[in-house]
Ligand binder design. Sequence first.
Ligand code: ATP
Ligand code: MG
Length: 394
Amino acid sequence: MNEIILLKLGEVALKGLNRHTFEDRLASNIRRRLQRYGSFRVSSKQSAIYVEPQDPACDMDGAYAACKQVFGVVAVTRARPCPKDKDAVFHCAQNYLDQELRRAGTFKVETKRADKRFPMNSMEISQYVGGLLHDAYPHLKVDVHKPELCVHVEIREKAAYVHGPSQPGAGGLPIGMGGTAVSLLSGGIDSPVACYMIAKRGVQLELVHFFSPPYTSVQAKEKVIQLARELTPWCGRMKLHIVPFTEIQEEIRRACPEDHFTLIMRRFMMRLAEGVAKRVGARALVTGECLGQVASQTMDALAVSGEVCTLPVLRPVIGMDKEEIIRISRKIGTFDTSILPFEDCCTVFTPRHPKTHPHLDEVWEYEKALDVPALVEKALAGIERITITMEEPS
Ligand code: ATP
Ligand code: MG
């Protein structure tokens, strides 16, 4: 029988009555994710998902790597199915894990018996298979506490499965289970990490980027598209809404005091993001804001910029140090793109002395010099929408 990929579900399994919806959603996310690696049968049973290649041309390495990026999965392993018979299990373990068994100094066999009709219990299967493996590899010692190799045997409904140690999955909840949110994606390090963290909780993202030509370059826009693409293995297919922001920034510069530029600009970003959210039916906004990181991210400044919207603003990196954010950014694969040196609209018209403790009534006063609804309307009307799908494998 052909090698398969076995996925263990995370919190999904705990969701009681919702469990089937979760499993179905996860299975369909996996199916979509694996399309490029060949034809696979994806099915779920007993808190596990089975990914079975349907022809020899399937790219198992690619599929295995992809499975590790699917939210909702806690552990991933490649496994070999065999008939549900104690000797077949032994032969399967010997063939499938021969190299590992030769290399290891200590081992144990651990059995899970999901099929309770199987005539031996877990302990008896482990002892039987372990005994035969011990005979076949006399150098091996049994260590039930810290073995170098754990041979896993699972007796399930259709077959028995043998595998070595599993690897961690992406964790979290399947994308789509947690509704939709609009995430503000700049070209920086923080906002892609924020996207990843919210997507991990099962949220489908719609991305919004503000760009200000000619102050920001085509490369800056390309960079954001690239970042969005790098997020797709985790976040799935997404829409990127590119919002023209030049006129708003020029108007702010013309009519408002310099120390309030950034703050008033951020209020426009929130209004526009909420405008997009209304259109797409999203229930929250997501930013990469981090307390105290820059002048516009003091508590007072966050209160003033958040005041313009009614949807909850999720700020998953709010309490993290830059080092922690960078670690995640490297792990998810966005760091190298994030540090490419292209201007973001935030760095256009940056005040020399930005206000760190703004007052709402002052801000309201300054905004009277602007036709806020018209500016918002016009920017929303000029949105360019791009569907971001995964990059072709190189
Ligand atoms: P990042 O590293 O994410 O770019 P930052 O440290 O540059 O963040 P700010 O420029 O103050 O911080 O931006 C704070 C947040 O506002 C960003 O994390 C992002 O969510 C949003 N944001 C900033 N600029 C843009 C932009 N041009 N388009 C969309 N969202 C933006
Ligand atoms: Mg930041």
